[in-house]
Write a protein that binds this ligand. Structure first.
Ligand code: ASP
Length: 479
């Protein structure tokens, strides 16, 4: 077994076997210095021809960046002057006794060690496997893993069940445009990829499973808008017999756990109101709009401090908002959100969907905002089928449409639906903020370009004529 580079510091005087990539090579006369890279980090390897037993077989000067090497050598302490304080293994170096080239490498299209490679995103994504070799990207992927791990462990401890829901689902209006998947067995019919597992998780509550979570991919076929991805990851949660207070409390506990375990160096002192006995600050949507002109207020004291994490809850969103683009009323969150019972009177007054009192109706909806970004949103759900039906009406659906699009949920709600509510985190956004990244693409292993292409796999791509024929599809306008 190879030794992780990082562990060489504990092996001074011992013989070790290292395997990894050449990060950099420096030649000083006949001596070659290699910074060897593996997942754990870097270590300096010194190749002195006279010390190398298999030296005759290998031309040391042929070693280039990104070659894959196996080194057997002795770990030595570096001289006082040679110590590199920047490097965790900076106090040692490995004197090679034998070198094996496990594989050669062509000159990469951009330098792995050079941060400037950022300049061309197209190239970075085309060669993502090389881009991911960069130290910062490796760190981001590890932070993402750590966050997911803490989340899973937290929910297991809290007695939640991790349940998967289908990707091949049905097109139902949830706010964005659906990705459609043609059905071969049922020509002319389509599955849709879920925009979120919203309706499934609610049906899991009808099923009596009470506490559900899932770390799940969601799909939204949106036009390019800000830092979004057509597929992204959500931490999705739903619980029965809960009120808003209990959900907010649980989420605060989760966040404290994530911060303590993923950012231990930061500690919780920078997390605004880190004690979950004393909750995160809260403000209503109305107050946030009045004071900050935003429903995502940034409460950091110093926006240049990378280790300041200011969480705030925004609550009491309006249930309905007017969608200028579509010239119709829509649900601010989604139609399944519960209306604050104090505003039922207003709901009764609504005769047509043009009624102005619509915007005054408050929902039991809450968003968690971190440093000015929405990182989670959720709501208590309507569990009264009559009210749900009324909401669909207000949103402009005819009875026939309601049956066709939401009949399954209304049917389920006839059979003893418990009061329930939940929340979903945009995992990519949370991880990006924790990593100090501005784009979620920096914390995804294989993201798409901002215009939804994957230069690595070259998708979307054309398919064979036979495939289209099988599906009964003809393409009208080819790009
Ligand atoms: N399904 C919602 C969303 O994706 C989250 C929730 O209400 O739980 O935004």
């Amino acid at each position: 077994m190879k030794l992780n580079n990082i562990e060489t510091v504990n092996k001074v005087g011992q013989e070790v076997i290292l395997k990894g990539w050449v990060n950099t090579v420096r030649k000083m006369g006949k001596i070659v210095f290699v910074d060897l890279r593996d997942r754990s980090g870097f270590v300096q390897v010194v190749l002195v021809p006279s010390e190398i037993t298999n030296g005759n077989e290998i031309e040391l000067s042929s070693i280039k960046p990104e070659y894959v090497l196996e080194i057997t050598g002795i770990v030595n302490k570096r001289g006082e002057k040679q110590i590199n304080k920047e490097l965790p293994t900076g106090e040692v170096e490995v004197l090679a006794k034998s070198v094996k080239i496990l594989n050669t490498a062509e000159t990469p299209p951009f330098e792995i060690v050079n941060e400037e490679r950022q300049a061309n995103e197209e190239l970075r994504l085309k060669y993502r496997y090389l881009d991911l070799r960069h130290e910062r990207m490796q760190k981001n992927i590890k932070v993402r893993h750590a966050v997911i791990r803490v989340m899973r462990e937290f929910f297991y401890d809290q007695d939640f069940l991790e349940i998967e829901t289908p990707f091949l689902s049905k097109s139902t209006p949830e706010g964005a445009r659906d990705f459609l998947v043609p059905s071969r067995n049922y020509p002319g019919k389509f599955y849709a990829l879920p925009q979120s597992p919203q309706q499934y998780k609610q049906m899991l509550m009808v099923a009596g499973l009470e506490k559900y979570f899932q770390i799940v991919r969601c799909f939204r076929d949106e036009d390019q808008r800000g830092d979004r991805q057509a597929e992204f990851t959500q931490l999705d949660v739903e619980m029965s017999f809960v009120d808003q207070e209990e959900i907010l409390h649980l989420v605060e506990k989760l966040i404290i756990e994530v911060m303590n375990r993923v950012k231990p160096a930061v500690g919780t002192q920078h997390v605004v109101s880190s004690q979950y006995i004393a909750p995160f600050p809260r403000m209503t949507y109305e107050a946030a709009m009045k004071k900050y002109k935003s429903d995502k207020p940034d409460l950091r004291k110093d926006k240049n401090n990378p280790d300041e994490f200011a969480f705030v809850w925004v609550t009491d969103f309006p249930m309905f908002e007017y969608k200028e683009g579509d010239k119709r009323w829509g649900a601010t969150h989604h139609p399944f959100t519960a209306i604050n019972p104090e505003d039922f009177k207003l709901l009764e007054k609504v005769k047509t969907h043009h009624n102005a009192s619509l915007e005054k109706i408050r929902a039991w909806q809450y968003d968690l905002v971190l440093n000015g970004s929405e990182i989670a949103g959720g709501s208590i759900r309507t569990h009264d089928p009559k009210i749900l039906h009324k909401v669909f009406e207000i949103l402009g659906h005819s009875d026939k449409e309601i049956q066709a699009k939401f009949g399954h949920l209304l049917e389920a709600f006839k059979y003893g639906v418990p009061p329930h509510g939940g929340i979903a985190f945009g995992l990519d956004r949370l991880v990006a903020i924790l990593c100090g990244e501005t784009s979620i693409r920096e914390v995804m292993a294989f993201p798409k370009t901002s215009d939804n292409r994957d230069p690595l796999m070259d998708s979307p791509s054309e398919v064979e004529k036979e495939q289209l024929e099988e599906l009964g599809i003809t393409i009208k306008n080819k790009m």
